[in-house]
Design a protein around this ligand. Structure first.
Ligand code: BGC
Length: 770
């Protein structure tokens, strides 16, 4: 018998030993640290969970339904863990502390049920990848899988078993700060990125070595917060819910995701955390989801704030009845206050409590936590931020940048042409802002700013000077700054501000080229970071215009989690590269892109408005009675976007031709093949994203003017040609008809366009006939 097992047995009474050995007999446990190599079958998992449930007291069952934040060790948490009154903790990231807590659960609690440790592993754990909206801009699901595979490996290395990601909220209003955490406005792209991230986090199955459980959030509709104001209510009609907002979640369920997080928001007057239609009818009945639902932080108790529950007791009861298995709370949980009483009052049954706890236990079993509850503390540091992980982060940042403008082919820059370069802007040398929001584990010393990346790349070949030029800050501070321990910079006096501005403009004047890094600081996008404006913050616009007035060439690099108002820049600054928040290796990636070592190939996953007054604006709007003057809806400004969905330039040129459909008519359920020739007609190797859009011309309800239904990112050498194939079948041609109250594939004529963005011109059509 190995020593680990001896240790675990020696701590128990003879009766406990018997039960423990009984459990061992059901599934032979290997007490080595080698994780399972194949998924246990569903029946075995169920049997083990049921066996545990049979032995559990009511308190122990309820304990599994509770999750608490753990910012610092506390006696209350230690006591709850060692008595089996807590199923999960979040925010513990130190492997030694994770092991300490896990020992309390495994060695001290009566049934030795391990904790599951959750964390916001959003775009990397220690190695930070570009923010999720940027990953979507890669239009490369395999890049997202790779990034989340590394994130999972690093998180698991310290003992985290569960990521609160991916965020799958469709967002069509860039005032909403959390647009940065998702894949943008489109359900098709969003679904592809959802499935890709589930694969990355969970691997081939839940419990795969070096992988963790994923959690789709925030279920659902959170991205439609009215006015873009985070946490505010959303009103989403059935057609938008079914055809747009729920789609990526369904894709994640189909990809096998094991958990979901209920949203904060009040959806159509029923808060998501108390919404049985969402959490039960859709999720479990329609989609056959078998994992578990965790609430968002304190969102069970918030059912009172919404005016939905009378008190904490009702809040717990309503969330439980709606289908929330586990309550995430900052201090005490409503569940710990209500469920035992609700049982006494016969408002809920033991069966319901067991049904809620079972999927949580099953996930712990699948993850191998009973066999391998602890983490190798020494190994953790070998895995975090390895050179391979950093290279992957750089490649991801190169793949996600979107080239918005390249007048006179200023980019790529020729090293020999610019001897004196001014690198300006408040974000040009800010490590924390290079990373983006939801980064807690970074080692800032590892993070390469744009200035540092340019220095790495150019060495002695150019004389680089740097000045921030302006300071930017939120008027209303972010509560995340406290969590990040970010101290605000001392505010410049009016005199200093003037001096800094003229210093920066002076550097631009005396240089051959300026690289200006502007946009939003990381705390200006993310949770609780909504904006009433999309303008460049503070005096950035003034800096931009003053630098441009020097007449020297200017490259604008943007840091942003949302489209910003760059109307002036789009007419006056020759080269604009959207780097988003590019992550740990951002500076090296941007330097490679600017100097042509890498070629931009990212595409916008969101429509870029001209002005905030246009929002919400998205390409898949409905046909209207006056489509011919769609761009003239406002009298003061064109109502078209500044840059359309799917847009992005390259250093090369590409041509689409020869759009072919395998058939001109199909019956419902049949498939049509679409092919197009894509050729690199430029002089540089590069990537183009072939995008396929459809339009159902008429039907039982009106349909959007265009809907993305296929895409492929293709790398081509100069003159190289590739035939890109798509297929359109039931999956792509079916939609939820509010008239029919059903999913329908209707007889109609369909337009098909293929091209480089959502304004693609190459056209064909086909019909579905009865
Ligand atoms: C956010 C979630 C997050 C949770 C835990 C909440 O405020 O809405 O997205 O996973 O906190 O940190």
């Amino acid at each position: 018998m190995n020593t680990h097992l001896q240790f675990r047995l020696s701590k128990k009474t003879p009766q406990q030993n018997l039960l423990f050995l009984l459990a061992l007999a059901i599934v032979p446990l290997a007490f080595s640290q080698t994780p399972p190599v194949a998924p246990p079958d569903d029946a075995t998992v169920r049997e083990r969970a049921n066996l545990l449930l049979k032995q559990m007291t009511l308190d122990e069952k309820l304990g599994q339904l509770s999750q608490l934040f753990d910012f610092a060790p506390s006696k209350a948490i230690d006591d709850a863990v060692s008595t089996g009154k807590l199923g999960s903790l979040l925010f513990v990231t130190d492997p030694a502390e994770i092991n300490r807590l896990q020992h309390l659960a495994v060695d001290h609690s009566r049934l030795h049920i391990p904790l599951i440790f959750g964390f916001d592993v959003i775009h990397g754990f220690r190695t930070i990848f570009p923010v999720p909206i940027a990953m979507a801009a890669s239009w490369d699901p395999s890049a997202a899988t790779k990034a989340q595979t590394i994130a999972a490996k690093e998180a698991r290395a310290v003992g985290i078993d569960w990521a609160f990601a991916p965020m799958l909220d469709i967002a069509r209003d860039p005032r909403w700060g959390r647009i940065v955490e998702g894949a943008g406005e489109d359900p098709y792209l969003g679904s592809a990125m959802a499935a890709a991230q589930v694969r990355g986090f969970q691997g081939d199955y839940i419990g795969a070595p070096d992988h963790i459980l994923a959690c789709m959030k925030h279920f659902a509709g959170y991205g439609a917060a009215i006015g873009g104001r985070d946490y505010d209510e959303a009103y989403l009609p059935e057609t938008l819910l079914q055809n747009v907002y729920l789609k990526p979640f369904h894709a994640a369920v189909k990809a096998g995701i094991g958990s979901a997080m209920s949203a904060y928001l009040d959806l159509n007057d029923v808060p998501a955390t108390g919404n049985r239609w969402l959490l039960h009818d859709v999720l479990r009945d329609d989609w056959r989801f078998t994992g578990f639902v965790v609430s968002d932080a304190n969102s069970v108790k918030s059912l009172q704030n919404h005016g939905y529950a009378k008190d904490v007791y009702e809040a717990g009861l309503y969330a439980f009845n709606a289908g929330v298995n586990m309550e995430m709370a900052i201090s005490f949980t409503a569940y710990s206050k209500s469920l035992a009483t609700a049982l006494e009052k016969n408002q809920i049954t033991v069966q319901q409590i067991e049904d809620a706890a079972r999927p949580i236990l099953e996930m712990k079993i699948r993850l191998g936590l009973f066999e391998h509850p602890y983490v190798y503390e020494a190994r953790a540091h070998e895995i975090l931020a390895t050179p391979e992980h950093r290279t992957a982060a750089r490649l991801a940042a190169e793949r996600t940048a979107v080239l918005l403008r390249n007048g006179g082919s200023l980019l790529p820059l020729k090293t020999s042409a610019y001897k004196k370069i001014a690198v300006l802007g408040p974000l040009a040398d800010s490590q924390v802002d290079t990373l983006g929001s939801w980064v807690f584990q970074d080692d800032l010393a590892e993070t390469v700013t744009i200035l540092a990346g340019l220095r790495n790349r150019l060495g002695a070949q150019a004389d680089l000077s740097y000045a921030p030029g302006v300071q930017i800050r939120r008027k209303i501070p972010s509560f995340f700054d406290e969590i990040f321990h970010l101290k605000p910079q001392p505010v410049w006096t009016t005199e200093q501000s003037k001096d800094e501005m003229s210093k920066a403009v002076g550097l631009a004047r005396s240089s051959d080229l300026t690289i200006l890094v502007l946009g939003e600081a990381q705390n200006m996008s993310g949770e609780a970071a909504s904006r009433e404006s999309l303008d460049l913050p503070g005096q950035e616009e003034k800096l931009l215009e003053s630098v441009a007035a020097t007449g020297k060439p200017v490259v604008l690099v943007l840091f942003n989690g949302r489209p910003l108002n760059i109307k002036w820049a789009s007419e006056h600054i020759p080269a604009i590269l959207d780097a988003w928040y590019p992550g740990t290796q951002g500076g090296n990636a941007v330097a490679n892109l600017l100097f042509g070592e890498a070629v931009p190939g990212g595409k916008l996953p969101i429509t870029w408005p001209r002005d905030v007054g246009q929002v919400p604006i998205y390409y898949a709007h409905n046909t209207t009675q006056a489509p011919e003057n769609q761009e003239k809806r406002y009298w003061g400004e064109e109502s078209t976007p500044l840059y359309p969905f799917g847009y992005g330039l390259s250093y090369s040129k590409f041509a689409f031709s020869n759009l072919k459909l395998s058939r001109s008519e199909i019956k419902p359920g049949e498939t049509i093949d679409v092919s197009v020739d894509l050729e690199n007609t430029g002089a540089t190797s590069g990537d183009e994203v072939a995008q396929l859009y459809i339009h159902q011309q008429y039907g039982s309800t009106s349909r959007p003017v265009r809907e993305l239904k296929g895409f492929e990112r293709v790398s081509l050498a100069p003159r190289e040609k590739k035939i890109v194939h798509f297929s359109l079948g039931n999956e792509e041609l079916t939609y939820w008809s509010t008239a029919k109250k059903d999913w329908v594939e209707e007889p109609a004529t369909f337009d098909v366009w293929v091209g480089a963005d959502s304004t693609a011109k190459l056209h064909a059509n086909f019909a579905i006939t009865q």
